[in-house]
Design a protein around this ligand. Sequence first.
Ligand SMILES: [Zn+2]
Ligand SMILES: [Zn+2]
Ligand SMILES: [Zn+2]
Length: 363
Amino acid sequence: MNFTNNCPHTIFWKDFNSQKITLFLMGDIRKDYVIDREVIFNPTTKKNTSTTKCPYCPGNESMTNPSLLSLVARDGMLQRLQDDDDSFVENWSVRVFESKNPVVSTSTENTYTDRPLYSEPAYGYHYIVVASPQHKDTLATIDIEQWSNVLVVIQDRLRWLYTQRGVTYVSVFVNHGKGAGSIVDHSHINVVSFSTLPPIIEAEAASSHKIYNERGVCPMCQIVNTENDGPRQILQTEEFIAFCPWAPSHPFEFWICPKKHTTSFSKITQKEINSVSLILRSTLGGLAETVKDLAFNLVFHLSPEKKNNRQIHWHIEVYPITHPSSGLERGFGVFLHAVSPEQAAEKLGAASRKELAKIVGIE
Ligand SMILES: [Zn+2]
Ligand SMILES: [Zn+2]
Ligand SMILES: [Zn+2]
C-alpha cells in the first residue's frame, strides 16, 4: 500500500482492517480545509479503563510503561531514579513515564498530504507526570513542596524534549474530572510534543509579535499592568499574578502570569518555581471551594524554545468546565456566561486568599 497517496479517503476504504491502517489513523494530524484547526484521530481516547485498580497508584507500576524518572525523597534529599527491566522504583513522590494511550508517537508513518486534505505525521512524545502517590490527592490539595517537585520534573522533561529531533513545541496540560476529558482519576499532568506549533500558540505568538512591533511593548506585560490590583485580580505574590481575563471563554476562568517579562518557563529559578507553586495551589484550592464537583483543564502557554521562533510571555490558563457548550460558542466563537469575570474574581479572590492563609499558616 502506498502511504504517500494524496487521498486518505481511498486508504480508509481499501484496507480498513489491516494493521497499517490503524497506524495511519493514529499517526496523522489533519488540518481543516480553510482555518487553523487541527485534529488527531486516536482510537484509544475513548478506551474504557474502568478497572478496579488505578494504574497510577503505587504498587500498580506494572500497569504503566516503566518510569523514566521516579523522584524519591530520601534523607531530606530528592533522588532521581528510574525503573529498570525487572524492578520498579518504590516510595516515589513524582513518577514520569510514556503514556500507554499516546496522542502522538515517534513511530508514525512519515506521510504528508496537501491542502485541501492536508495531513502530516502526528510525530512526538507523550509523557504522564503523576503528581502524587496518594490517589485521593488533587492538584488543589497537594502541598507547595509537592507542586514544586512536579514543576521541576516538568522543566526537566521540557529541557530534554527540546534537544530531540522533530520537537518544535511541547504542550503541558491537565485534564481534571470527567467533563474535562480525564481518563484516569489519579492526578497527573500530560506533556505532549509536536513537530509544528499548535494553532493557539501560533496565534498567540503571531499576535504578540505584531503588537510588539506596532507598539514596542509585550501585550502580556501590558495586561499584567492593567489587571494589577484591579477588579479582576484574584491574588498576587512577589513574582506572579492570578486574574480572571477580561473576555473569558469559560466562567471562573483564570490565568497565572509572571509579572516580569519572562519567555522561558524551563529557565525559571527554584525561587520562582516555589512562588508559582504557591499561587497555583492557592487559586486551585480557591476554585475547588467555589465550584462544586470541579472539572477543569489547566494549560501552560509556553514559548517554543527553539531558536528563531516567536516567543510569548509564558502563562498558565485554567478553564473550569461548568456547562456544555452552546451552538453560539461551538458554531460562532461567541461565549455566553452567567458569571462575569469581575464577579468570578471576587469569589475566587476571597476563597484563594483563605487557602493562601492556611498554607502559609495565618488563620
Ligand atoms: Zn490512583
Ligand atoms: Zn511580557
Ligand atoms: Zn494564552
